[in-house]
Design a protein around this ligand. Structure first.
Ligand code: FE2
Length: 272
């Protein structure tokens, strides 16, 4: 397809049609932005996605993944303007995402033979900002995205270490913006000798025990659930502990009725 045509069809709804809801995550009150009516033509986007060959990445992801080349400048600009700025990102060019590819994830039916069937509450590693756009038709929407707190330590996030920030030359404006948030305050006040020691008290994927959660359990408390809704984008700091919330059997219907999301990831900016 001609690139310009794709650009038109990936166009965002006009701002007056988009509905913004600001929420905050857990005790730390991390900002979480929900934008309804995000795409101007979500039906076209969903159809394009379903037309791709979904693969199970590395054979170890719970969802199938497909990507489509396309210009994402207007999306990235939107995320810069409405979300990244408050995390100290000062210039649009400092926000680095996947500018050339739209990445889609689709759930796999519960009967499928997969090496991994579950997802733990997790942070997105060294990513900075994450976004999930839901493309499941409203009548099949179930669950959404959940944000968790680890009961034993109260941890709601797992950010990279201050040493990592140094190494990657993350600008002062970003560090300053993040400094208002709890992990850094908690670390400085915790008495732990090193950040690594502090952060390692949060168990992830311990002994291969995976928590297939759609609510809370004895280890994890579900603090916030953003319900799935067609053409809804949610934006959150990638270091918060979260997971996709759904039951395996919720999406056993035909591919068009399954959990389909477009996912966005941005890296921490680097000082120039
Ligand atoms: Fe994630």
């Amino acid at each position: 397809m001609f690139d310009f045509l794709k650009k038109v069809r990936f166009r965002l709804s006009p701002r007056r049609k988009q509905v913004f809801t600001w929420l905050s995550i857990g005790e730390s009150q991390y900002p979480l932005l929900v934008v309804d009516n995000f795409y101007n033509n979500p039906d076209w986007v969903a159809k394009l996605a379903h037309g791709q060959a979904f693969k199970n990445p590395h054979g170890k992801h719970i969802n199938g993944m497909a990507s489509v080349a396309g210009n994402k400048k207007s999306i990235n600009r939107f995320i810069f303007k409405h979300f990244a700025k408050q995390f100290g990102v000062q210039r649009f060019r400092d926000l680095v995402g996947d500018s050339g590819y739209h990445k889609f994830y689709r759930s796999i039916p519960s009967g499928a033979d997969l090496p991994i069937r579950r997802e733990d509450p997790h942070s997105d590693g060294v990513f900075f900002i994450a976004g999930v756009l839901y493309l499941t038709p409203d009548e099949f929407c179930k669950g959404g995205t959940g944000f968790y707190r680890y009961r034993a330590t109260g941890a709601e996030e797992k950010p990279p270490s201050p040493a990592w920030f140094n190494q990657h030359r993350v600008p002062d404006s970003v560090i300053k913006a993040l400094g208002n948030y709890r992990p850094y305050r908690a670390y400085h006040e915790s008495g732990y000798k090193s950040y690594d020691e502090f952060i390692q008290c949060i168990p992830f994927k311990t002994n291969g025990n995976r928590y297939h959660l759609s609510s809370s359990n004895e280890h994890w408390e579900l603090r916030q659930l953003v319900p799935m809704k067609y053409n809804r984008l949610i934006l959150y700091p990638a270091f918060t502990i979260h997971k996709a919330i759904y039951e395996e059997a919720d999406f056993d219907g035909p591919p068009e009725n399954r959990r389909l999301t477009e996912n966005f990831f941005f890296k921490y900016p680097k000082s120039r």
